[in-house]
Structures are given as structure tokens and as C-alpha cells.
Write a protein that binds this ligand. Structure first.
Ligand code: ADP
Ligand code: TPW
Ligand code: MG
Length: 581
């Protein structure tokens, strides 16, 4: 991809006439021309050779054990890099395995391209039972921003360009690219092929808000007595880190950060109201959303959590105009990209901006301090078996000492406690289950985080969550990645203490084999396995792993009774009205 304003580069060595190229090479050349250098996938008919050739052509091709994990890797690669992450799968079953991740990327507004081989159109459309026959294009369409099929080798350049532009422009999302087997082997003249490639110019154009919209938003913010900023992962994705900090600090407005926006400013920032979240949401008169949606994660901007109905005025920055008024009326809509909107706001604020009343900011600060002090002793406990607080107290210190490390996090209690206990200090260092709360993103996310950033990764995983992608520990070992997985082993989903209500011999639905030793999975592939029973042991093992960079899995033995049903969202479980004996 060429940045805004630069002309597409010309091929350095133009092929001579008479030479041939084919679909395989055109796909690879088109991706490389646009700066896409890594493919996450699983090989097989008809794309085995595509992976081999991509590797031969200098691309990084990371082979997984299951397409869903490769897809999750591509999705988070898109989030981390602002370039589409690419996942490559075989037809029907491989395609379907990758689809969950494509939908996940789209839901989270992350750019990703799922490229799947497919069987022959003529046979599929007549339903004649081709090898792995499936109408993949039709199935993908509702789950992504755009879906394209390429039938002629000379169209590959345009198709890849369209896929990249669709994934990156406006609200980012997933794109599906369908490559029938026959296309890959199609030969065309090499010079003609080279000329058909397209380097996308300025794939995510800046989108400026109108001056009137900027004035309107500033007018609302200027009148607020109790303003609050909510930073979301759209703001983290935008990589406008200095502008976010500049704006937050110039306004003096307290802010909270949605899960993956934690660390955009350090969680220790004096304006951070995370530990006073309830008070801030309830009492605020004006709420400014920056790259965050008023979806279920913010209880749609209503309910007890939000104080009296109608008590809030909303200002919102989002690149998607349809996001405005999606759940609550937005009095100050700013449609544009985060960087353009924030620089326009900063310009408009001038020098004499009045900070919010001290009564408000002090009330929040006092609440934060009280809550932090209340929590502190619980985080220092050295109980055996460990509870979530003791174990996370140890990990919290490790992230504080190693702020460059990336924290991957999934589970229920393991997720909710880690989110609130582990402070983040740098942008895009906390990667988790996203908008849907998908279990199974862990290993794909950890692998892509290590590959894309080269930084050490600490993956804090519920034992159930880990199981969804656990086989990828082999992938971590195979590529020698600096990933330390900590499995919070409480013997089950939420808790390990349920019993079968029928009294029958089957295990209860939420429990696993008690005393399981996940650490041995890592040892099976040549990595380091550790069984940790106390916070001290856990701390030691994680530090060792982070120092050595060796693939490590620590089985952290957590009290099976320590968790609660569904972590912090138990209220979303429907209640039965029937009580049967
Ligand atoms: P969170 O879960 O952290 O609250 P969401 O995923 O709900 O965040 O919201 C992210 C929002 O950010 C989406 O509505 C998306 O359209 C928006 N967004 C993504 N990238 C940009 C950008 N560069 N500029 C402005 N808004 C963006
Ligand atoms: C793809 C439902 C939400 S949380 C969870 C499940 C199965 C696992 C919780 O147990 P874990 O954590 O990981 O051991 P802990 O600390 O509470 O014991 N399938 C998918 N996504 C979701 N969200 C589920 C199922 C679920
Ligand atoms: Mg568990």
C-alpha cells in the first residue's frame, strides 16, 4: 500500500515478453506489492502450493493447527498494524473454520482478508458434488464487509486491491476473497500480469469532521460540569496516541478506557477514572465516546449504571456515521477518523480552555484512591491454592516491570479480574476477546502478537478458554516464539465445583478433569512446562519465561471455588421460571 500522496511504484525488473506467470504468483505479487508480508493459515488442496510459493518468495507463512486460530491471528494482526491480516485456508471445511475469525474481525472493526481456495464454480452451481463443494462466497457475504470471487488471473491485481481497500477504508472490517482452484493454475503473459497489479494508494483516507460539527462538540464539552471521556479500541486502532494524550490532557476531563483501550494512556495517569468507573458513569452529565460504541459492553448507555434516564449528553467520535444515535441520541456527533477529529478539536480549543470543575475531578480521584487502597491487600495474598487476586497480583507486578510485553487475556473470571487488576502502560498491549467475548482467540492472538511486534507475550488464559486453541502450543514451539501462557486452572468453566444435578455418573457440564496438568502439553513439544501452586512460584516462573523468551506454559493452580458464574456478566444469563425436582 502506498501512503497518501505517493505515486504507485513501478516494477524494478519488468518481465520479458513471452515469459509466463500464473494465478499463484499473481496473488503473491499482489499481496507483496501492497506491503502484506505475512500469511496465517493451514495448508491443503488447493492452496498448499500457494503457501509454499509464498514462503519461497520471501513471505512469512505461519502454519497453524486449526484455521480458526490462524484467522484470529490475522484479525489481531490487522488491529495491531493497520494493514489487513491475511488468513489462507482450503475450501469448504477450512473456509468454514476460518469464518468465525472473519466475523470476529468484522464485529471488532479490524481489517482482515480471509483468502480461501474453492472448488469449481460450474460444478458448485449445478451442485454436482465437487471435492469440498460449497458456495463459499454466498456464505461469507453476511459475515464480512465485502466478498469477492476471482475467475480470471488478469483480475487478481484488482481483486486484491479491492479487498485491501474494503478492509481498511471507513470502518475497518473483514473481507472474503474466493480463489477457485482453476484460477491459481491459470497462466498469462508475465508482463501482462505485472501490469495488472495494483498498488493501493491511500487505502484509509483521512476523514475530516465539518468545522460546524467541531464547534458544536466543543460547545457541549465546554458547558459540561461533570464530563467524562470513554476511550475505546477504535482509538487504540487509530494509532493517534499523541493526539489522544494531548486532547485528554488539554481538556483535563477524567477518562475511562474500554478493555483493549487500556494503556492508550497509562492506567496510572492522574485523569484515569478506571477505579471509579461506576461513580463516573452514574454521575457524569456529558460523556464523550472516542472510538467506542454504546453497545452491550456499556449497557447501551442506559440502565441503573448510567444514572437517571436522560441525564447524559453524548459527544461521539466515530468514522462510521451510522454509529451515531445507535443506542442513545448523540448531541455532538463527530464523524471522521480519530486523528483528524482530535486535531480539529485541539485547534478549536485554543489556549484558554477551562478544565472541568475541581469538585468533579476531585470526587473521582478520591474514589479511585479509596478503591485502589481497598484492593491492594487482596493482591498481595500468597494463598495456596491461589485465588484470582493472589495470582493476578503477581502478574500485575510483572507487567508493571515489563510494560513493553503484550498481555493476551481470555476466560470469564480470568478475563474480568485480569482486566481490572492488571494496569497497562502502553497502547495496544492488551489483546482480548473483543466485542463478542469469543473464547478461543488466545493462542492465535498470542502468536500474531509475537510475530507482528517481536515483543514478549504473556497470555493469561482461563482453563476453558485455553482449551479452544490449546493445540497451537505446538505452533508456538515450532516457531520458537517468546510466548508465556499462564493457564488459570480452576478445573472448569467459571468454577470447578459443580456436580451433576441428576446424581448420575457423568461430570457436570461446566467441570473438567480435576488436577489437570496443562504444563505437560508444552513439554510435549519441547517447550518449558511449570506447575505453579502459589503466587511466588507463579511470579518466578513467569519472570524466567519472559527473560529467556522460551515458549512456556505455566499451569497456575487456582482454587476451584474461587470464581463466579459468568464472571462479571452473570446478569446476562436468562432465568428459568420452572423448578423441577
Ligand atoms: P470498544 O469495544 O473498545 O468500546 P468498539 O469496538 O465498540 O470499541 O468501537 C470501536 C469504534 O471505533 C467503532 O465504532 C469504529 O467504527 C470506530 N473506529 C475504528 N477505527 C476508527 C478510526 N480510525 N477513526 C474513528 N473511529 C474509528
Ligand atoms: C466461542 C461461553 C464464556 S466464558 C467461557 C465460556 C465457555 C469459559 C470460562 O471458563 P474459563 O474461565 O476460561 O476457565 P474462568 O476463569 O471463569 O474459569 N464459546 C465461545 N465463546 C464463548 N464466550 C463461550 C463459548 C463462555
Ligand atoms: Mg476456568
Amino acid at each position: 500500500m502506498a501512503p497518501s500522496g505517493t505515486a504507485p511504484s513501478t516494477e524494478e525488473t519488468a518481465p520479458e515478453t513471452g515469459q509466463l506467470t500464473d494465478g499463484f504468483h499473481l496473488v503473491i505479487d499482489a499481496l507483496k506489492l501492497n506491503g502484506i508480508t505475512t500469511i496465517y493459515g493451514v495448508p491443503g488442496i488447493p492452496i498448499t502450493d500457494l503457501g509454499r510459493m509464498a514462503q519461497a518468495e520471501g513471505m512469512r507463512v505461519i502454519s497453524f493447527r486449526h484455521e480458526q486460530n490462524a484467522g484470529n491471528a490475522a484479525a489481531i494482526a490487522g488491529y495491531l498494524t493497520k494493514r489487513p491480516g491475511v488468513c489462507l485456508t482450503v475450501s469448504a471445511p477450512g473456509f468454514l473454520n476460518g469464518l468465525t475469525a472473519l466475523a470476529h474481525a468484522t464485529t471488532n472493526c479490524w481489517p482482515m482478508i480471509l483468502i480461501s481456495g474453492s472448488s469449481e464454480r460450474e460444478v458448485v452451481d449445478l451442485q454436482q458434488g465437487d471435492y469440498e463443494e460449497l458456495d463459499q462466497l454466498a456464505i461469507a457475504r453476511p459475515l464480512c464487509k465485502a466478498a469477492y470471487r476471482v475467475l480470471h488471473a488478469e483480475d487478481i491485481g484488482i481483486a486484491v486491491a479491492r479487498a485491501i481497500r474494503a478492509a481498511l477504508s471507513g470502518r475497518p472490517g473483514g473481507v472474503y476473497l474466493d480463489l477457485p482452484a482453476k484460477l491459481l493454475g491459470q497462466a498469462i503473459d508475465a508482463a501482462e500480469g505485472a501490469a495488472s497489479l495494483v498498488e493501493v494508494v491511500d487505502p484509509a483516507p483521512a476523514q475530516f469532521p465539518a468545522p460546524a460539527a467541531v464547534r458544536r462538540a466543543l460547545d457541549i464539552l465546554g458547558k459540561a460540569r461533570k464530563p467524562l471521556i470513554i476511550l475505546g479500541k477504535g482509538a487504540a486502532y487509530a494509532q493517534a496516541d499523541d493526539l489522544v494524550r494531548g486532547f485528554v490532557e488539554k481538556t483535563g476531563i477524567p477518562y475511562i478506557a474500554m478493555s483493549m483501550a487500556k494503556g492508550l494512556l497509562p492506567d496510572t495517569h492522574p485523569q484515569y477514572a478506571g477505579a471509579a468507573r461506576s461513580l463516573a458513569l452514574k454521575e457524569a452529565d456529558t460523556v464523550m465516546l472516542i472510538g467506542a460504541r454504546l453497545n452491550w459492553l456499556l449497557s447501551h448507555g442506559k440502565g441503573k449504571q448510567w444514572g437517571a434516564p436522560g441525564s447524559k449528553t453524548f459527544v461521539q467520535i466515530d468514522i462510521d456515521p451510522k454509529e451515531m444515535d445507535s443506542n442513545q441520541p448523540v448531541a455532538g456527533p463527530l464523524v471522521g477518523d480519530i486523528a483528524s477529529c482530535l486535531s480539529a478539536l485541539l485547534d478549536g480549543m485554543g489556549d484558554g480552555w477551562a478544565r472541568p470543575p475541581a469538585e468533579w475531578t476531585e470526587a473521582i480521584r478520591a474514589k479511585c484512591e479509596a478503591n485502589v487502597a481497598k484492593m491492594a491487600p487482596r493482591l498481595q495474598n500468597n494463598n495456596v491454592p491461589m485465588d484470582f487476586h493472589g495470582a493476578l497480583g503477581a502478574l500485575r507486578t510483572i507487567i508493571k516491570e515489563r510494560p513493553e510485553a503484550i498481555l493476551v487475556n481470555e476466560g470469564a473470571n480470568t478475563l474480568d479480574f485480569a482486566r481490572s487488576i492488571i494496569d497497562m502502560y502502553r497502547p495496544r498491549k492488551r489483546l482480548d476477546v473483543g466485542t463478542w467475548g469469543v473464547m478461543g482467540v488466545g493462542m492465535g492472538t498470542a502468536i500474531a502478537a509475537a510475530i507482528e511486534t517481536g515483543q514478549p507475550v504473556l497470555a493469561v488464559e482461563g482453563d476453558s478458554a485455553f482449551g479452544f486453541s490449546g493445540m497451537e502450543v505446538e505452533t508456538i514451539c515450532r516457531y520458537g516464539l517468546p510466548v508465556c501462557v499462564v493457564v488459570f486452572n480452576n478445573g472448569g468453566i467459571y468454577r470447578g465445583t459443580d456436580v451433576n444435578p441428576s446424581g448420575g455418573p457423568d461430570a457436570a457440564t461446566t467441570v473438567f478433569v480435576p488436577g489437570a496438568r496443562y504444563d505437560r502439553m508444552m513439554e510435549a513439544f519441547g517447550g518449558v512446562g511449570v506447575n505453579a501452586t502459589s503466587p511466588d512460584e507463579l511470579r518466578r516462573a513467569v519472570n524466567e519465561a519472559m527473560d529467556s523468551g522460551r515458549p512456556t506454559l505455566i499451569n497456575a493452580v487456582i482454587d476451584p471455588a474461587a470464581g463466579t458464574e459468568s464472571g462479571r456478566i452473570g446478569n446476562l444469563n436468562p432465568q428459568s421460571v420452572v423448578s423441577r425436582k
